[in-house]
Design a protein around this ligand. Sequence first.
Ligand code: PLP
Length: 392
Amino acid sequence: MKNRAMRIYFDHNATTPVDPAVAEAVSRVMTDTFGNASSVHHFGQQAKGVLDEARSALAALIAAEPSEIVFTSGGTESDNFALRGVAEALEPTGRRHLIASSIEHEAVLVTLRALARRGWRTTLLSVDQSGIVKPEALAEAMTDDTAIVSVMHANNEIGTIQPVTELARLAHGRGAVFHTDAVQSIGKIPVDVRALGVDLLSLSAHKFNGPKGVGALWIKRGARVTSVMTGGKHERSRRAGTENVAGIAGLGVAAQLAVRKIAPESARLGSLRNRLEESILAKVPGTAINGAREPRVPNTTNISFEAVEAESLLIALDLEGVAVSTGSACSSGTLEPSHVLRAMGLPSPRTQNSIRMSLGAGNTEAEVDFVVSRLPGLVEKLRSLTGARVRA
Ligand code: PLP
């Protein structure tokens, strides 16, 4: 077993390490600011001050008004809140149709299925091998009873950026509400909610060096959304439950850091990712990039290795101290082929021989070069075990 210091983490789309400044804020607030933010006394007001500060920091990151932000327990809750909340709010209008893309995260796809069981008609937009939703596909799928369209900003498995501005414009043209799951774009590329033109946007702190179990749903002022978490009057009566003050403080610090770091980090990670990608394509025969290369978030690559079982390669790399993924964290550990690669129409060997590498703060050129130096040998060994022949 190698010691931890030698380990290389290329799985930042699953989760990111907490920035030391975030950890410090969480720990300080947890010990010093234990008040309930709803209490009128000093302790409560101190906690409310922490929430206000974090709300402003997050609003600055996405160019929103602080009052439009509702803190949640993370991306999954925000997606549920957006879809279930709008569905309930719009049920009296008679609109009963929901559209999402077929490459959404399970937090959206499984919620859609739950709404389908409640009588909602649902449509999944297919994508081609680019992994990008075509606006024409949305235009064709919409009807007069379409209530909600939900298309993610950046895909978690292949990193492709969806044409959200255009899709939102189309949805609005038919009177539908537009939600985007921006869990994988926040902190990686600039996000401006007004420029995107969406009504609701989900985000999660642990994907940009914040703590796990905390996130937010941005709700455009005036958008009709019914609370899903009912109870007290927290978060302007939009999400009941005593706020996770320490976690939210951590989210606020992560947002502040992201504002400062996004431009230099996205340039740095983009060139590291390209170096990794180009070197693998050049040095390992039978490799190909999955999905369009642009537009993509700068940290992500998804590569297929012909005649190699992805899980075996993942384990071989882990034994070398390198952490990668075979898809979304939720589905790894099962041998299920990626629903994203399948939805893109990739043939079945390719949906099962693909590896995602997602870079982040702390990754270096030396780490990229180490991985590139190990991969050809590992792949050759795995292929020789099954007797596979791959043309160079
Ligand atoms: N949406 C996307 C695109 C994701 O990648 C994830 C996390 O993997 C989620 C939603 C869920 O976020 P959370 O882990 O905060 O519940």
